[in-house]
Ligand binder design. Structure first.
Ligand code: MG
Length: 312
């Protein structure tokens, strides 16, 4: 088996996007327009060396590792707690960034609360902290019926983000990935996933209500939105929209993740979410100097290969 299969490509895609964005997290789009990120850089916002990825990738790897054994919600939650308490799956044995909702939920996990009851349920709890780590679920769920796919996406999202809007965003993202795994090209995968999500939500009142917040994605409009109307805050709807937009518009992995980084604001997370999609669909080698700088690259590839062996 080659080191580079669609699973390792996906995990590397998340980590590369994340690492490109870490030095400019919270930097404005206006500043980045004048000083765009075009390559892997270091330091900046979090004062981390080149190739350092953040919480987005750490939690993605915790989920991937757990799924490479089997599906066990408690085990996933315990690995998140281990990341937080022991800096497990971190580049330099240090947790230097954690979102508010994730931190609150992990404290509950540590206190022994069931992961079914740890995520925030309020409308204001809809940050992008679950969407950014959800992509490994696509490999586990690819052969499930849609109702089971939704149920499991809901469980895993809700460990930290239990509002239905966060769940719907994860669900759309995973559905696109599953279409890609079945061999569809980018545009077809997006169209087919949106069709299936709309169909699944039809007649389910609470979900239909949440669909109203995702009209730009669910009405097939996203690729035609001008850049000034694409937002890159930490709100989960903004992150999903921005990631799909960058991925659909740009032909290559590098162009897609750099576009995401240079949208500014929550740069690392927008680029990690974009990088998952763009990594999954990437047919070219990743830029070799980016891979060379990526911290723990070999461990990430090993993890990808473990997960690949479990589900393919
Ligand atoms: Mg981050």
């Amino acid at each position: 088996m080659s080191d580079y299969n669609m699973v390792t490509n996906t995990l590397l895609g998340v980590a590369l996007g994340d690492a490109l964005g870490v030095p400019v997290e919270f930097v404005s789009r206006i500043y980045l327009r004048a000083n765009p990120i075009q390559d892997m850089t270091g330091f900046g916002t979090h004062n981390q060396p080149k190739g350092t990825w953040s919480d987005d990738s750490s939690l993605t790897f915790c989920l991937a590792e757990s799924l490479s054994k089997n599906y066990d919600l408690e085990d996933i939650a315990q690995r998140f707690a281990k990341w937080f308490q022991e800096a497990y799956w971190t580049p330099h044995n240090e947790v230097f960034d954690v979102g508010g909702a994730t931190s609150k939920a992990i404290h509950k996990i540590i206190q022994g609360v069931s992961p079914l009851n740890t995520g925030g349920t309020l409308e204001r709890d809809n940050g992008n902290g679950a969407l950014m780590r959800i992509i490994p679920l696509a490999f586990y769920l690819k052969d499930f019926e849609i109702a089971d796919r939704f149920k499991i996406v809901q469980q895993v999202t809700s460990i930290t983000h239990a509002h239905l809007r966060s769940v719907l965003c994860s669900f759309i993202y995973i559905e696109i990935c599953i279409q890609l795994l079945s061999g569809e090209n980018k545009k077809e995968a997006y169209y087919e996933a949106v069709y299936e999500v709309n169909d699944f939500c039809k007649g389910k009142k609470e979900l239909e209500q949440e669909c109203n917040h995702l009209k730009r994605v669910l009405n097939y409009l996203i690729q035609d939105i001008p850049e000034e109307k694409i937002y890159s805050s930490g709100y989960v709807v903004h992150s999903l929209e921005a990631a799909i937009w960058c991925w659909l518009k740009e032909a290559s992995f590098s162009e897609a993740v750099l576009k995401a980084v240079n949208l500014g604001d929550d740069s690392d997370t927008t680029a990690a979410i974009t990088g998952g999609l763009a990594g999954l669909t990437n047919k070219e080698p990743f830029p070799s100097n980016w891979l060379k700088d990526l911290v723990k690259k070999d461990e990430i590839i090993h993890l990808g290969n473990q997960l690949y062996k479990t589900y393919f």
